[in-house]
Write a new protein. Structure first.
Length: 164
């Protein structure tokens, strides 16, 4: 990470919008223009002196003047990878960050923790890197409810109910 005084010499960060704008000419960037771009993974990045930085990491550094310690990530609470308002960012372990994700695209049912198994709905959750089967159910709603209750219990504030 660059040092904060270097960031502030080039960029202004708006706490309410989460947007960085250029405050000084930096190569072809114009003063007042929004900095950065969205990469193929959906994260905003800003190039400073030919080095790409994730905007959410710059926002964290801008606000707190430190980066999370090793083994910690910066999590987007609302799952929007380009929403870098400081109120949408929180420090998280890698495990917590991995919990706060949308349903995987290859999930055929579109419901976290639920899959078809021998004509029934299986509810399962990962706990300490191990898959724990919570049960088999006749309806998708039952399986989803069991998963959601267990996920809230295990993951606390990092649990999200967003289906996709």
């Amino acid at each position: 990470m660059p040092d904060l005084s270097n960031i502030k010499s080039f960029l202004h960060y708006d706490l309410e919008t989460g947007i960085f704008t250029w405050t000084a000419h930096h190569f072809s960037n114009l003063i007042g223009k929004r900095a950065g771009r969205i990469n193929s993974a959906g994260y905003r990045q800003i190039s400073i002196n030919d080095v790409l930085y994730y905007e959410h990491r710059l926002a964290w550094l801008y606000v707190y003047n430190v980066m999370p310690p090793d083994g910690y990530a910066i999590d987007h609470i609302n799952l929007n990878k380009s929403d870098n308002r400081w109120l949408n960012l929180r420090e998280a372990t890698d495990a917590q960050n991995n919990v706060n994700i949308k349903v995987r695209k290859n999930n055929k049912l579109g419901i976290k923790g639920v899959s078809l198994f021998k004509g029934r709905y299986r509810s399962q959750i990962r706990i300490n890197k191990k898959v724990v089967v919570l049960g088999l159910f006749d309806t998708i709603e039952e399986a989803a409810l069991v998963y959601k209750n267990k996920a809230k219990e295990i993951h606390g504030e990092f649990y999200n109910s967003m289906e996709n």
